[in-house]
Unconditional design. Structure first.
Length: 300
């Protein structure tokens, strides 16, 4: 059955039906999903309750998996695969984590606008988030279209920003929120990286404004001037006209393209269980990941 798409926002994001993600993907199905991602950047697959094996297998069809901040943030991991990122307020023993724990601090940091793994090279391509348990209120995820945000910039500002580079740092968001007890070893695992402020999305060919909370400086500018500009650009990129808000249902699987979107979680009651599982692929050329047939066979 072909992929059926229903737009969810005037600019981007669509609901996707017609493919059972629990089954090994055929090459044609994978290609359909990638083409839809190039167009919509965010796809919502409802009624796709994936177990851990199925989610990892599905994600591997799209490339090499990334563990992101888990390289720097050590500790017990309660999920079956290192490549499954635990987006929850649940401790390693299965109980709800203490409010003053690093796990809850990490969930608070997820409420800042960011692109997964922009703090490393290669950064992330797709993130895939599966809803397992939800609180009684809140906990939505919002997505912002960085291509549309770039299109709406004044031409004079586009000219000013052209050719600039920004520095992205993994722990910048955590430090902004007051979590400063990082060891030198943790800080060294993911050193700052550089990215062009204006990038071109390889799938759609559209220019985009590559901002987010991991960006902490504009190279060649004074720190105060650069941070103020980054703040202004982030405010612009996340205006409501560029944002789709997803209200989760158990069994939802949402895929987004980190190369052209930002996202953030919304507030909820941390005394209630919220459990989602994320898989993320690295933005590597297909030649670096292996052939399409090799990627497909990894799912079988």
């Amino acid at each position: 059955m072909a992929l059926a798409l229903t737009p969810l926002h005037p600019l981007f994001a669509a609901e996707a039906r017609g493919i059972d993600l629990r089954q090994p993907l055929a090459a044609a199905e994978r290609d359909e999903i990638q083409a839809a991602m190039d167009r919509f950047a965010v796809l919502v697959f409802p009624d796709q309750p994936l177990d851990q094996d199925q989610q990892v297998a599905f994600a591997r069809a799209f490339g090499t998996l990334d563990i992101g901040l888990r390289r720097a943030i050590k500790g017990p991991h309660r999920l079956k695969y290192d490549e499954l990122i635990d987006i929850s307020n649940v401790a390693a023993d299965g109980a709800i984590a203490a409010r003053d724990s690093r796990r809850v601090a990490s969930m608070v940091a997820n409420q800042l606008w960011h692109s997964d793994s922009s703090f490393q090279q290669p950064s992330a391509r797709y993130s895939m988030l599966s809803a397992v348990a939800l609180p009684s209120w809140g906990g939505e995820t919002e997505y912002a279209d960085l291509r549309a945000a770039y299109d709406a910039l004044p031409e004079t500002l586009k000219h000013e920003l052209a050719g600039l580079e920004t520095e992205h740092y993994a722990l910048h968001s955590r430090m902004l929120l007051g979590t400063t007890d990082w060891t030198e070893e943790e800080k060294a695992v993911l050193p700052p990286v550089r990215w062009p402020l204006i990038r071109t999305h390889p799938g759609s060919g559209r220019k985009l404004l590559f901002v987010g909370v991991h960006a902490r400086a504009i190279l060649g500018w004074t720190l105060p001037e650069g941070r103020l500009m980054l703040s202004d650009l982030l405010e612009h990129a996340t205006e409501r006209r560029f944002v789709y808000r997803h209200r989760w249902r158990v069994g939802d699987l949402v895929i987004w393209d980190n190369r052209c979107t930002l996202h953030r979680g919304r507030r909820y009651d941390f005394s209630e269980r919220r459990e989602l599982r994320r898989t993320t692929t690295l933005d590597l050329p297909r030649t670096a990941e292996g052939s399409s047939s090799a990627a497909a066979s990894a799912v079988a």
